[in-house]
Design a binder for this molecule. Structure first.
Ligand SMILES: [Zn+2]
Length: 390
């Protein structure tokens, strides 16, 4: 088979075909089948391979090895067998939309900014690295222009110019090519040497959506989508926006402002809760017996700031020697210990080691977390502080 003359090049829209098995080798855990001709595109030039079946046998990978295309399968096929090949056409057509879309965007960037496409990968998204810096706003303009070229629905031309014609032709991706050079031309968009499969016209690309443009090395890494996957992405984003608009009773496209408002409300409420907790604390402390050597208070839900305020109030207003405020449940408690007369720092290590905790502080205040049950915490605190000599 002459390179660049396989069925997927001659007739790129072939979904099913007949061929003959001319080779089949057992390689590690699979078989590599060679056909006399094939519509399966092998991975290459940034484009993933085709998948599908040969006589109902799944073809999971297709590679070009030393110029020969091998079809990877779990089972062998006998030499000389006439087989019927069927491509996963949706997958292949998506790759065509993506590859043509990538050329179009790369060509427009090259013409407008002179930047080269220096790396290209088609996976979850189409990822393209450009040699210069591009902002998202600049990519937005490229996105609009690329979609305009799609609407013009011009034919995408494949040609094999002679060496003389190539000499005077201005095209991208001159490197890496030997032998026959295959040129893909998008009118008003791009001229580029390429070995991939493309849609027959720009209209079939369908839609181009730029997702991001981020600084990468000395240039820009662009994530984009084309065709069906761009539509699927837009549908997913639409669904998200719709869900948020229903939840917040806001209009779609105004959900950002609605979320901002919600966050402001939350922050206001958090502030109010803090103020209420402090107020509640003064009530709780009213009934608390004064002048105790150790005051221990357990709470289910209290922020650190309030815990600290409560411990300080127990020491300063209720004249307790050591105040411990704990917040949590089962075997996890946050703690704040305060004292103005006992050097707490000396106890920090012992407390954390005995109660599987972490934390620290000063001689006046310790804070952190214990990972043990309430009883163990209470027992140790009593043992250490309840009977201290004044
Ligand atoms: Zn290409």
């Amino acid at each position: 088979m002459e390179e660049m003359n396989e069925l997927f090049y001659r007739e790129p829209y072939t979904r099913e075909f007949d061929a003959e098995v001319i080779g089949c080798t057992h390689v590690q855990d699979h078989y590599e089948i060679i056909l006399n001709d094939t519509a399966f595109y092998p991975e290459g030039g940034g484009q993933p391979c085709d998948t599908g079946t040969l006589d109902q046998i799944n073809i999971t990978d297709v590679q070009r090895r030393n110029g020969v295309i091998v079809h990877c399968a779990d089972v062998p096929l006998p030499l000389g067998k006439k087989v019927h090949g069927v491509l996963d056409w949706q997958r292949r057509f998506e790759h065509m939309q993506e590859h043509s879309g990538e050329h179009l965007v790369s060509g427009l960037i090259f013409h407008k900014y002179g930047f080269d496409n220096v790396g290209f990968h088609m996976g979850e998204t189409i990822q393209v690295d450009f040699s210069g810096s591009l902002s998202f706003e600049e990519m937005r303009q490229i996105e609009v222009r690329a979609n305009e070229v799609i609407w013009q629905n011009e034919p995408i031309e494949i040609s094999y110019p002679s060496p003389e014609e190539l000499q005077v032709l201005s095209y991208r991706s001159k490197k890496e090519l030997h032998g026959r050079v295959r040129i893909v031309t998008i009118p008003d968009g791009d001229v580029c040497a390429c070995c991939g499969t493309h849609t027959a016209s720009t209209g079939e690309i369908g839609l181009i959506r730029i997702l991001s443009a981020e600084k990468h090395k000395n240039g820009t890494r662009v994530q984009m989508l084309a065709g069906r996957r761009a539509l699927q992405y837009d549908q997913a984003i639409f669904d998200q926006d719709h869900e948020i608009s229903v939840l917040l009773s806001s209009e779609m496209k105004k959900t950002g402002a609605a979320v901002k408002e919600l966050m402001q409300k939350l922050s206001d409420q958090r502030y109010q809760i803090g103020a209420l907790q402090k107020e509640l604390m003064t009530y709780q402390l009213q009934d608390y017996e004064a002048d105790q050597p150790l005051a221990m208070i357990y709470e289910k839900d209290m922020d650190r700031e309030t815990m600290r305020a409560m411990a300080i109030a127990l020491v300063e207003k209720k004249n307790c020697r050591v105040a411990a405020v704990l917040c949590g449940s089962e075997d996890a408690y946050g703690y704040v210990l305060v004292s103005h007369t006992v050097d707490l720092k000396k106890y920090s290590r012992l407390l954390n080691e005995s109660l599987h905790g972490a934390g620290g502080g000063t001689s006046d205040i310790l804070q952190g977390n214990f990972r043990t049950v309430k009883e163990d915490i209470s027992d140790l605190l009593k043992q250490l502080f309840a009977n201290l000599e004044p």
